[in-house]
Design a protein around this ligand. Sequence first.
Ligand code: SF4
Length: 293
Amino acid sequence: MKILVAAHSGFCYGVKRAVQILDELIEEHDENHPVYTLGPIIHNKQVTEFYEERGVKVIEKLSVFNDNGRGGERVVIRSHGAPKKVYDDAEKMQIEILDATCPYVKKIQNTVSTYATKGYNIIIVGDSDHPEVIGIDGWCDHSATIIEKIEDVEKLTDSDAPVCIVAQTTFNLTIWKDITEILKKKFSNSVIHNTICLATEQRQQACRELAEQVDYMIVIGGKHSSNTIKLANICSSVVKTIHIETKDELDLSILRGDEVIGITAGASTPDWIVQSVILKIENEGEVYFDGKS
Ligand code: SF4
């Protein structure tokens, strides 16, 4: 059996940065001053549990402090970002914000805010339930039209009103191209910003290339991680694929022993989880590991 790891896989720049900000904050704090994150710091259960054990508390909204807060709480905004209202509320409530919004996401928020102020209608191509999309929408007063799939575009009425179109950073590049081709025809006065981030493009392209060379793809990452799900979808359109969170979900009996196995991991999957999957497979027999981790 041979294992190949995708050339681009695992933690991206924005996730590494968010985790580093949280780590530094934990170092400075004592148990009387807990550190909070607004939503899980990243979409990975094992990482979230690791931080919970170190005293980090996950809150879903700042209003939890209305009754229980002592003032001066420190809340980390995760890499997905948050709506403008969160920053405004934090200021009013004297909550200190540690902003780990990925700079690429921050740039989209600024773009949306600028164009909305100029009177453009905003279209976000992405998952309407995803925190990043909800956050971006919150920088144009939640006025954006969210497009998830081609069928959504077809329902829109043609217009020559000015429109600014952006993408969720982890959106599927191929579907984005199809959607924007139709949007261009519907909206004659549109400004299109391809805001899919390089890390996403690289991971999607690398996993597709790897899937074409192997018998089986293993995609590692959170079951709620948008970018991991997209990698799994791309791989499964090419070759037999399984999506697992950890080594414990890997049933080795599904492998015959003579296949070439491809491995990729979402942008929120730490390297130790990837390595533990590889080790589990390796322990079953002879393995030639010639990929990058
Ligand atoms: S996937 Fe891209 S935009 Fe999202 S956190 Fe990572 S580097 Fe930032």
